[in-house]
Design a protein around this ligand. Sequence first.
Ligand SMILES: [Zn+2]
Length: 489
Amino acid sequence: MQPRTAGALVLAAALLAGCSDGEASDADSSPTTSRPADATRDEPGVRVPASVPKRWASAANETVEDSVYPQYGDPLVDALHYDLRLTWAPDQTTLTGVETLTFRATADASKVTLDLSDALTVSRVELDGKRAVASQHGDQLQVGARVVTDSVHTLRIRYAGTPRSGGSTFRGDIGVQLGPGNELGTSQEPYGAFTWYAVNDQPGDKAFYDFTLDVPAPWRGVANGELVRTTTTDGMTRTRWHLGSPASSYLTTFGFGDYRHKRLGRVDGVPVSVWSPRANGNEQAGLDYGDDALRWAVDRLGPYPFGSLGFLVTTGVEAGMETQTMITFGDVKIGEDFRAVIVHEVVHQWYGDLVTPADWSDVWMNEGMAYYLQKVWESENGGAPLNESMGSMFASAQESRRQSGPPGDYSPERFADINVYDSPALMWHALRSELGDETFWRLVREWPQQHRFASVTRDELVNWWSQESGQDLTSFFEDWLEDPELPSP
Ligand SMILES: [Zn+2]
């Protein structure tokens, strides 16, 4: 997510040079033939029970109760795969869902709880093919299910309703949002996915996803991953999307609207494209920087970890959100130079998406590095020299720490205030001075590559950086992340 102080992001107000290669033809309605294999993980530290199907092994997680938002998610559930079949009727504003969730039980239990908005009414639930007793209590769905540790089950849930926003956080509304023409979009960090499907809505529990999206033509649905096929039958457009890498629920996205698709080109074989509302005309022009942003990030961070990169311009999103492989943008204005925001969200594909905090107390892991690299990019692209921009950040970083708490121990009601951006960016800059450029940049690249598709704890990060740098960095990280006062420059 981009920092809240948008003014600080605006660079020179130059119009971006267009690099249009025209609107994509209907070629995107043909099936993708060269889809890369789904992600696999090879981490000796992660226990994968034999019961977990091999193709979803890298979605097996050690589940936890979130320390910041314990009311969302259930550590009993280790989600492996969500198959979401969603139909949107814009005239009736009705969302109909048929969801198939495959999960591992992490303990013996007699019921399973998922997060699901009470705006959506569940009509039928099946557990492993048999009708199950289920009830909705507020924004929770409880399903009677006798499960034992490590058993793997399939839940099929049918639901429908007029979806509703998931409420507001400090950063604005979360969950699904209706557009002026009844377009539908979403942005859910930290916990808004429950507004459109039944979910274990906690960042540490990654899962694979498939989406089948139906909507009256000429509208179409867009979601994370790669477009597998588009078909139109009886006036309805159906798009199928496959996300071949495990994702946290806050990193999923979808949109229903009259989108056009524009290809920006390929970066190391990875296709980069933009999906934007046809009515916007050229308002997506700024997103033409998407492939260049990816090239810049690859130079800093190593090979892009996913099979595709897209930008979805949709309703209901305040600004940029780093949803996995399909970055979601809100109100995109023609001519606005938001290349720095694009770079920020692209960097998140490594820091946030590929490696993800296991708990919301560590959102600084995402925002600190994305903001730091954004500042590095700005210094190389007409902005202030890096030492200057970092130096001028100290006073405001101290102020944001006082208002919202230290970045590793913030007030839950001030989620993603600037305190999880500025202090951690300063922290990485200080560590760079300490370790020297060569070691620092090597470790910045290796951390996500060595923790591919993992959800990690703060201790794991601190121990890894200490070990790899040959220095005990425990008190360094503690001071920067937990001390009420900002460490001196
Ligand atoms: Zn961000």
